[in-house]
Ligand binder design. Structure first.
Ligand SMILES: NC(=O)c1ccc[n+]([C@@H]2O[C@H](COP(=O)([O-])OP(=O)(O)OC[C@H]3O[C@@H](n4cnc5c(N)ncnc54)[C@H](O)[C@@H]3O)[C@@H](O)[C@H]2O)c1
Length: 247
């Protein structure tokens, strides 16, 4: 059990999937959590309140600076401080490079990379010594997936955004780390894994012989948010069922 009592957290993209699981697990360990997403997040708020922690929802498109500023303003108004920011909201578009439109490229980069930067930049104005930012990147931030140029560029960018911010904010006692999930069963991978051939090929690559669940990611986020990881910054935690261990 990690101690996040009296900590306040923001988790982007926490209406469902990995973000929801992280938000709920942070609350289970004592944190009050701001749920934020472009889709309704009341279900996550309800789960957190059932754990007797404080929570509210703020609709935010993380590719829009003004909406991020509103999210941070609301957080400070209600919770007075920000101890933990989990940059999790993201999109995955797979398409052959020759079909990638400028609009599609910009959308992925605006959400998956610029959004992480803007949320961090705005939250950091209020974050103090002992705070922690966790960026949800991907194995696609380490390896190249075919037909996912923008996604891989955004996730690789997030990996080094993490290290750059860690170098800058380490002296202030603020830690920034990234998590790199492999294949996790969420709405994002539903269609991909519904295809029998793709599922079998995916499982064949995994030494643990199973796909991941959002809870498999949430534990690491709780650890990175807590003082148990107080000497870790700029690191990359890979959670992929062993996918990359033999590469
Ligand atoms: N599922 C996987 O296999 C996997 C693997 C590696 C990394 N990831 C990363 O994990 C994170 C969470 O993904 P997930 O699998 O839970 O997918 P998901 O689609 O279930 O959740 C993503 C959430 O982000 C929200 N979102 C999308 N665009 C947004 C925007 N502009 N502003 C605010 N919120 C927005 C969605 O509404 C959704 O609730 C993503 O960053 C994803 O790239 C997922």
């Amino acid at each position: 059990m990690f101690n996040l009592k009296n900590k306040t957290a923001i988790v982007t993209g926490s209406a469902r999937g990995i973000g929801q699981s992280i938000a709920v697990e942070l609350a289970r360990h004592g944190a009050d959590v701001v749920v934020t997403d472009i889709i309704p997040g009341q279900q996550t708020v309800k789960k957190i309140k059932a754990l007797k922690r404080n929570s509210f929802f703020v609709k935010t498109d993380i590719s829009k600076k003004q909406e991020i500023e509103n999210l941070i303003k609301e957080t400070i108004k209600k919770f007075k401080k920000i101890d933990i920011l989990v940059n999790n909201a993201g999109i995955f578009i797979t398409e052959p490079t020759k079909k990638v439109s400028e609009e599609s490229w910009d959308k992925t980069i605006d959400i998956n990379l610029k959004g992480y930067f803007l949320c961090s930049q705005t939250a950091l104005k209020y974050m103090k010594k002992g705070s922690s930012i966790i960026n949800i990147s991907s194995v696609a931030g380490i390896l190249g997936y075919a037909q996912a140029a923008a996604y891989c560029a955004s996730k690789g960018g997030t990996r080094l955004l993490t290290k750059s911010l860690a170098a800058e904010y380490g002296p202030l006692g603020i830690r920034i780390n990234s998590i790199h999930p492999g294949i996790i069963e969420t709405a994002m991978t539903k269609n991909l894994l519904a295809d029998k051939k793709t599922r079998e090929a995916s499982l064949a690559k995994l030494p643990l012989k199973r796909t991941g669940k959002p809870i498999d990611i949430a534990g690491a986020a709780v650890f990175l948010a807590s003082d148990a990881s107080s000497y870790m910054t700029g690191t990359e935690t890979v959670i992929d069922g062993g996918w990359t261990c033999t590469l």
